[in-house]
Design a protein. Structure first.
Length: 232
């Protein structure tokens, strides 16, 4: 049973009476433990597809299944429960809360779940240590480099031990060296913890260490390539 399955999923947006198709008739499945890249140029539908996969947006047509449950039949509260407990999110602009320290940012998802402050702190500290950020736990985001901020964001996404991490252009605002380092961190977590990752990118240099590459163009899935390739 796949972790996530999309069947004929489309998404259209309306602008002044004109409908703009963002994702067109996508059918795919994601298995547990996969490391998947969705790639293509700007405007190809990558972000919309990830928003659909992350249950942030709803399809105009088609069905989405998470652990064999038809998401379209769930209540808003049930979908929120899946997002809070099963999904982790990493964003290209990091989306850290400026007034909170790195530790407090990572604790936040657990506090939203209603975990005790003690448990949230212990688990957040463990994730920050895993990211090599223990010395920076009390720093606010504006005192951290871009790569450090993204590592905080990864720690925050993983602190709830989600089944699936959805990352929208997680390296877009980083230099090439830092981008590759962030990708390596994600890949190592995928291998060690079997966490499923699906991330979008327009940078073909990042495609060499994934299990599957899904190419998008004009809202369509144009190709899927399976298998890991070395990165030169």
């Amino acid at each position: 049973m796949p972790l996530l399955r999309l069947e004929g999923v489309s998404k259209r947006y309306s602008f002044g009476g004109t409908e703009l198709p963002a994702v067109r008739e996508v059918t795919l499945s994601i298995s547990e433990g996969e490391f998947v890249a969705v790639w293509g140029p700007s405007g190809s539908g990558k972000t919309t597809l990830l928003n659909l996969i992350g249950l942030i947006d709803e399809p105009t047509a088609g069905r989405i299944f998470f652990r064999d449950r038809d998401v379209g039949r769930l209540t808003d509260n049930q979908k929120a429960e899946i997002r809070n407990r099963e999904l982790g999110f990493i964003f290209q602009h990091f989306n850290l809360i400026p007034v909170l320290s790195a530790l407090e940012n990572v604790m936040l998802p657990l506090q939203i779940q209603g975990r005790s402050s003690r448990e949230a702190r212990q688990r957040a500290l463990a994730r920050l240590e895993q990211m090599g950020l223990s010395p920076f736990k009390d720093h606010r985001p504006d005192k951290l480099s871009g790569g450090q901020q993204q590592r905080v964001a990864i720690a925050r996404a993983l602190v709830t031990n989600p089944a699936l991490v959805v990352a929208d252009e997680p390296t877009a605002n980083l230099d090439s060296k830092t981008a590759l380092k962030i990708l390596e961190i994600m890949r190592e977590l995928n291998r060690k913890e079997r966490t499923t990752f699906i991330f979008s990118t327009h940078d073909q240099r990042l495609l060499g260490r994934v299990d599957r590459r899904i190419e998008m163009e004009d809202g369509w899935v144009r190709s899927e390539v399976f298998g890991e390739h070395s990165m030169d």
